[in-house]
Design a binder for this molecule. Structure first.
Ligand SMILES: Cc1cc2nc3c(=O)[nH]c(=O)nc-3n(C[C@H](O)[C@H](O)[C@H](O)COP(=O)(O)O)c2cc1C
Length: 355
């Protein structure tokens, strides 16, 4: 009897079970509000006794080393869910091997007008045009410093960097450098976000006109900083799935030329052709309708990149099979965002079982 009660108790306390109960309610609320509430609630629970909720049977998986970084497992949380580094400890309960905070800009900014986040429930998709809303690097740094998961080095922390709306593309490197410098001591890896779907401006950084100069400046800065601090911090670039073959060739050429550490393939898409719903909503599409586009981008760019450039796959990874497929296609790690919203935290433990 006692054993049965323990099992029932554990189940009730599991984060998956909790999520399954509250999901129908959350999905009736405004997407941005429900996101804020649920993570605020989880972070409060962390404060009153971290182990209140647990992930159902986190499977034991083989850890992996990527660029000398130790990952407990290959599943990471994609950028955007914890833009301000406020929920790291709560999110770490889901079993991620890495958590990427951001996109962070040097100065705080409010982003685009609301509503700016939309659910397309029947297609397991999201559209967002948040526009780099974040509290700015100083406050994000303070938030990160409060995280026990970070202090105790329980996983890999990525910092995803962006540029302020008021920064010109010619000066973009300065904003990225500010971010690199500021978070150098706390981040395990960095991501230079040049693929935000909501600012045409930022995506232009992927083009001939800007990319080579940007990567050159950032690589030089990274090298100097590594030498000065005696570190080896990897810097990755996050690209859009909307680049055609010619564009991917040019992008890869620059990445190879400067031996960048890695690429995140991909961000959200501006192409809504894969959506069945007749929605006239502008913004970056993520989730199931992005799966094939992101996978294709991975398949195309993999052979173009030098072998030692690490690939992190992101985009429409909604199942353990999708995780396996991206790893099979050459990704060292994968990241999830929309899959977590639709499938719940179970997507992490389920995917780990197969790896
Ligand atoms: C609401 C929302 C906000 C996002 N914000 C960011 C961001 O700030 N920086 C970034 O690099 N990617 C951001 N992303 C993109 C995700 O990190 C991810 O690359 C993309 O959604 C594709 O993965 P998914 O289909 O698993 O969601 C955001 C995605 C969503 C849905």
């Amino acid at each position: 009897m006692k054993y049965v009660l323990v099992i029932i108790g554990k189940r009730l306390m599991s984060i998956d079970f909790f999520y399954r109960i509250i999901k129908p309610i959350l999905f009736k609320l405004d997407p941005e509000k429900s996101h804020d509430w649920v993570f605020y609630f989880l972070s409060r629970l962390e404060l009153i006794g971290g182990k209140f909720f647990s992930v159902t049977s986190p499977p034991l998986v083989k850890p992996t080393y990527v660029r000398k970084l130790f990952f407990n497992n290959r599943i990471g949380l994609a950028a955007g869910l914890d833009k301000n580094g406020e929920y790291i400890d709560a999110l770490s309960r889901f079993g991620f091997g890495s958590i990427e905070v951001g996109t962070v800009t040097p100065m705080a900014q409010t982003g685009n007008e609301k509503p700016r986040l939309f659910r397309i429930k029947n297609e397991r998709a999201l559209i967002n045009r948040l526009g780099f809303n974040n509290v700015g690097m100083h406050q994000v740094f303070k938030n990160i410093k409060k995280s026990r998961w970070v202090r105790e080095k329980k996983g890999v922390l990525g910092i995803n960097l962006g540029i302020n709306k008021t920064t010109s593309l010619h000066n973009a490197y300065m904003d990225y450098q500010k971010g690199l410098l500021f978070f150098w001591g706390v981040a395990n890896y960095f991501v230079i976000n040049i693929s935000s779907p909501n600012t045409k401006q930022v995506r232009e950084l992927q083009t001939d006109k800007y990319l080579e100069d940007l990567v050159k400046k950032i690589s030089r800065f990274q090298k100097q900083q590594n030498e000065k601090m005696g570190t080896q911090k990897p810097v990755l670039y996050k690209i859009s799935p909307d680049n055609n073959e010619k564009e991917l060739e040019k992008i890869s050429h620059v990445f190879n030329k400067f031996s960048v550490d890695g690429v995140i393939v991909t961000n959200t898409t501006n192409n809504h052709d894969e959506l069945n719903s007749d929605l006239e909503v502008l913004g970056g599409l993520s989730g199931a309708p992005l799966e094939q586009r992101a996978l294709l981008c991975l398949k195309k760019i993999k052979p173009l990149l030098n072998r030692d450039i690490v690939i992190i796959a992101s985009g429409g990874i909604m199942s353990k099979e999708a995780v396996e497929e991206r790893i099979k296609e050459g990704a060292s790690l994968v990241q999830i965002y929309t899959g977590l919203i639709y499938e719940g935290p179970k997507i992490v433990s389920d995917s780990l079982e197969n790896l």
